[in-house]
Design a protein around this ligand. Sequence first.
Ligand SMILES: Nc1ncnc2c1ncn2[C@@H]1O[C@H](COP(=O)(O)OP(=O)(O)O)[C@@H](O)[C@H]1O
Ligand SMILES: [Mg+2]
Length: 251
Amino acid sequence: MRPTWEKRANVKKKIILELKNVNACYGKIQVLYNINMTIRQGELICLLGGNASGKSTTLKTILGIVHPTQGTVSLKGENINKKPTNYIIRNGVSIVPENRRIFPGMTVRENLEIGAMHRKDTDQVKLDMAAMLDLFPRLGERINLLGMMLSGGEQQMLAMARALLSDPDILLMDEPSMGLSPALVDQQFEIIENINKKGTTILMVEQNANMALSIADRGYVLQTGEIVLDDRAENLLNDPSMQRAYLGGEF
Ligand SMILES: Nc1ncnc2c1ncn2[C@@H]1O[C@H](COP(=O)(O)OP(=O)(O)O)[C@@H](O)[C@H]1O
Ligand SMILES: [Mg+2]
């Protein structure tokens, strides 16, 4: 939770990412219907919904892995509908993918360096690398170990640190709590909240609605490819139709 005045301040901040009436398909099968989302600088937003509701596809559409068949995706005001993924990444979007996907055969250090690969501000990168090892001391202790030697929780930290080292305007996270033990899930959400408080704008996809809403500013809820609820996190936490969204009831 943040003080109310901070939330008000957010409203005036610039829009980082905007989806307007976005439709998306895999071949002939439509999976996203008329998606509208607005994410402003500094916000922590969660995208919720049951299995196969279109959460990952929404992230893929933002990243240019899937291109919208209708509507627009804008990044800092620029229409990126037809842009390739590498352009979108270079222009400020970073992702912690589902199941982490670090490079198992590379060391922790090499994995981190890949995150900063496209940056030219070398001195700042060194500073940021040190800051990451401060934020995740476990990674510092394991800096020369191969990715595959890390535990699930450590791999998640590595994936987050790698994504942050690209210095993104917005960090996307696909089910960061998946596959982690309950204690690590708590720690994971604490880290996400902390990263956001330090200034990173975050769009987090989660099935774990209560946990996600407990740290988010706002949430969107997807049901079979449509946004059925869209509200401040504290309102969604108390909204009886949340359950309906997950169980597939009518809206
Ligand atoms: N590469 C793909 N090709 C065809 N259909 C897909 C593909 N990826 C996902 N889908 C379908 O799109 C729908 C939404 O999937 P997804 O966005 O992965 O949902 P979620 O992340 O909410 O679980 C599902 O019905 C899924 O089967
Ligand atoms: Mg998914």
